[in-house]
Design a binder for this molecule. Structure first.
Ligand SMILES: [Zn+2]
Length: 467
């Protein structure tokens, strides 16, 4: 076989074409955003299907002849498509999702499924999470095909319809259609940039476990006047137990994660000052963020565990009575630090919660069955040098290596199934996006830079990866 024809990548005309292609790409994005493809609501299942069918049809028109909205039993559709016409060249897979979070109970300035531009931002549910992400790739593909009649590498697209409900069937899709996921590098485009000026490359996620903690002491509720001070109050015991996990600042006491000193020093450059935290976290003006105690805020947010009480059976106002209760339960959401083994964190918590029960109450613990999905990645090698070059061209600087405090099931899954490939996690979300909230929006210049970066990224990856 002949060696593949090396491509000369003069990217200048392509970058100009990418800039010119942005208005049409935004129009395409707006058409998709008008479909309320809300995956958690069965009433919108047909909207998810209709959008998937529309995207597949548009991809066939674009030149992805095999584009298809695939649908496994009991699942919402997943669009797959490939352009494999450059023998010997590497194959890059782009992942995005087309489903949306619901908007019920939210107050929007303009209707969530009627996209509207105001002050340099496009407002609509899904504008940045995640339709803007993968539409920026469709735009880049269109630019390459229009300008050169070809792509510099082979490309696959996977546009999922169930990300917002935790990707419950994505692994089934991987197993049923492995050829649709065969690639030399993956671009997972559903993540955040630290600011509209600083692009982000996500390299870690905290995992999520759930712990149910139950204290019981009595066979029945009893009069607190007759018996208070003589037998245990399970509500107080529960609060004392939970507070054992937390230090005076309000953070998890142990286990703490050991973070490399070089990482810690670099993390001071992450733009997460008190003002950014206060605005992002909706802090009251008279309340400060937790003290950083010599560690950068990014470490507390991305690289250390956290605990939140997400439910309790403590007495509520409408159930108020002068009684000692039989039992009390709390559900804790536990964020697992990347690099920390779930089993180590569980063992540390259990040791703390089982020793010497407060007031001698009976203590039961139950962990969620699923692994936490914490993820820590080392972005090394030529693929990431290619990423840095592409981003420098589009943004004027390489992407900052960032983490996410939350967990993203599909990332943990790709990490488990394809962890030996370069996994490039980027996106078009910025701190003002309010993904999953009211007035979700996409910064238009971030979108423009994403289109340009993608155009350059395909060429840069084609140069450094082996097909
Ligand atoms: Zn998303």
């Amino acid at each position: 076989m002949l060696a593949p024809e090396p491509m000369e990548h003069n990217l200048d005309p392509l970058v100009h074409a990418a800039e010119a292609a942005v208005p049409a790409a935004l129009a395409e994005l707006c058409a998709y955003l008008r479909v309320p493809a809300i995956s958690c609501d069965p009433a919108h299942a047909d909207d998810v299907r209709a959008l998937a069918a529309k995207v597949a049809a548009d991809l066939r028109t674009l030149g992805f002849e095999d584009a298809e909205a695939r649908e496994l039993d009991g699942a919402l559709p997943c669009v797959t498509a490939s352009w494999i016409r450059r023998p010997g060249a590497p194959t890059v897979l782009v992942y995005g999702h087309l489903d949306l979070q619901p908007t019920k109970g939210e107050t929007w300035t303009s209707p969530p499924h009627a996209p509207e531009v105001r002050d340099g931002r496009l407002y609509a549910r899904g504008a940045a999470d995640d339709m803007g992400g993968w539409v920026s790739h469709l735009a880049a593909i269109r630019v390459w095909l229009a300008e050169t009649g070809s792509l510099p590498c082979n490309l696959r697209l996977v546009i999922e319809g169930e990300e917002e409900i935790g990707s419950p069937n994505l692994e089934r899709y991987i197993d049923a259609f492995p050829e649709c996921f065969a690639a030399d590098a993956m671009v997972l485009t559903d993540c955040e940039n630290p600011s509209p000026e600083i692009p982000g490359l996500t390299v870690s996620l905290r995992g999520l476990l759930e712990l149910t903690l139950r204290c019981s002491a009595l066979e029945a509720d009893i009069h607190s006047g007759l018996w208070g001070g003589m037998v245990p109050d399970v509500s107080l015991a529960l609060m004392r137990l939970v507070s054992r996990l937390i230090d005076e600042d309000g953070r998890v006491r142990a286990p703490r994660s050991v973070v490399p000193e070089a990482w810690r020093q670099a993390a001071w450059d992450v733009p997460l000052g008190n003002e950014v935290i206060a605005a992002g976290a909706h802090l009251r003006p008279d309340v400060d963020p937790l003290p950083h105690r010599g560690a950068p805020p990014a470490e507390h947010l991305w690289r250390q565990p956290a605990v939140t009480v997400v439910a309790t059976t403590l007495p509520t106002r409408d159930m108020k009575k002068n009684a000692l209760r039989r039992s009390a339960e709390a559900v804790l959401s536990v964020r697992v630090a990347p690099g920390m083994a779930d089993a180590d964190l569980k063992a540390a918590f259990e040791a703390e919660l089982r020793r010497d029960p407060p007031a001698g109450v009976h203590v039961e613990l139950q962990w969620s069955a699923l692994p936490s999905g914490a993820w820590l990645y080392q972005p090394r090698g030529p693929a990431f040098e290619a990423v840095d070059r592409a981003y420098t061209r589009a943004w004027g600087r390489p992407p900052l290596r960032v983490g996410i405090g939350g967990s993203i099931p599909f990332v943990a899954l790709f990490g488990r199934r394809f962890g030996d490939l370069p996994l490039i996690l980027n996106g078009v979300i910025d701190p003002q996006t309010t993904a999953h909230g009211p007035d979700e929006s996409l910064h238009l210049d971030v979108f423009r830079k994403a289109v340009v970066a993608n155009v350059c990224l395909y060429a840069e990856l084609a140069d450094v990866l082996q097909g």
